[in-house]
Write a protein that binds this ligand. Structure first.
Ligand code: ATP
Length: 279
């Protein structure tokens, strides 16, 4: 707690304006934050009715975000104890990638791959910092501009245990099952390789313009589907090489999945190729 509080902001510094969205413990509001020599637009996670469980969660999220410093990861500006506890972050004006995809069915493939590459870059950074995100999906990728994406929502994120090399969750909670690797669902074990599985689903969402994975299948049906060796189908008009990356992310055995570091050059190559031909 001490640690987080060194990023303390005074309530007068944070001016709240409209509502951006709602989360588990409260609302996310838009606003500005007055810093020493500048005023910056911000997104502020607020807590409703000073719920102590929510406070603990916000402090946990802040402690983790504070360790992170990367261009494709939403930066935390600080924590503010006003009427209730607030987590102040830089604003990503254009909002969630999922919504953007739904509205831009004309998006070029190079633009879609540009998003993938930036997400991969941010995820490689998390991988190198021993952080598992645990909620990677297009709803949690935010756009600063049409060509600049940032990974957000560290509410589920954890440090991996340096001994066991994974994070062991105590039990299933409100989990985004459709993005989770089998070992997460069966053994509650999370590491960067389980984020890689989610990244594959995120790529699928990007190529499917924000569609819902696995249609309306129920959780058990999805598990059986995966266990029998089935995978999400290749999105319409999706390049085989992109689909092959997705399939590699969905290897049952996590050791067979690529790392983010390994995927970056492949995505970079595809990006350049599609860009040159304006695909
Ligand atoms: P969930 O229950 O979905 O995990 P949460 O409590 O973790 O929600 P977020 O998903 O982080 O909250 O935020 C909710 C919404 O607020 C997002 O969908 C997004 O629209 C908006 N939002 C969050 N952070 C930002 C930001 N930095 N810039 C712009 N919008 C943001």
């Amino acid at each position: 707690r001490e640690d987080v509080m060194s990023n303390d902001l005074q309530p007068e510094q944070v001016i709240l304006e409209g509502k951006l969205g709602s989360g588990q413990f409260g609302e996310v509001k838009k606003g500005v934050c007055h810093l020493v020599n500048k005023t910056v637009p911000v997104a502020v996670k607020t807590l409703k009715n000073n719920d102590p469980a929510g406070e603990k969660e916000i402090l946990r999220e802040a402690t983790l975000m504070k360790r992170l410093d990367h261009q494709h990861i939403v930066r935390m500006i600080g924590v503010c104890k006003g009427e209730s506890l607030m987590l102040v972050m830089e604003l990503a004006e254009l909002g969630p990638l999922k919504k953007y995809l739904e509205k831009h069915l004309e998006m070029k493939v190079w633009h879609q791959v540009e998003m993938m590459l930036q997400i991969c870059d941010g995820m490689q950074y998390l991988e190198s910092r021993d952080v598992v995100h645990r909620d990677l999906a297009t709803r949690n990728v935010l756009l600063v501009t049409e060509h600049f994406a940032k990974i957000s929502d560290f509410g589920m994120s954890r440090m991996v245990d340096s001994n066991s090399e994974y994070y062991h969750a105590h039990g299933p909670g409100r989990w985004p099952l459709m993005w989770y690797a089998p070992e997460c669902l069966y053994y509650h074990k999370f590491d960067s390789k389980s984020d890689v599985w989610s990244f594959g689903v995120t790529l699928w969402e990007i190529m499917s313009f924000g569609a819902r994975p696995y249609d309306r299948k129920r959780p058990q049906e999805i598990l059986n589907f995966i266990e029998s060796g089935n995978r999400l189908r290749k999105p319409k008009n999706c390049d085989d090489r992109l689909y092959n990356i997705m399939l590699s992310c969905w290897a049952l055995e996590k050791g067979k999945r690529p790392t983010f570091r390994e995927m970056k050059p492949t995505l970079d190559h595809l990006y350049k190729e599609f860009k040159i031909t304006n695909m």
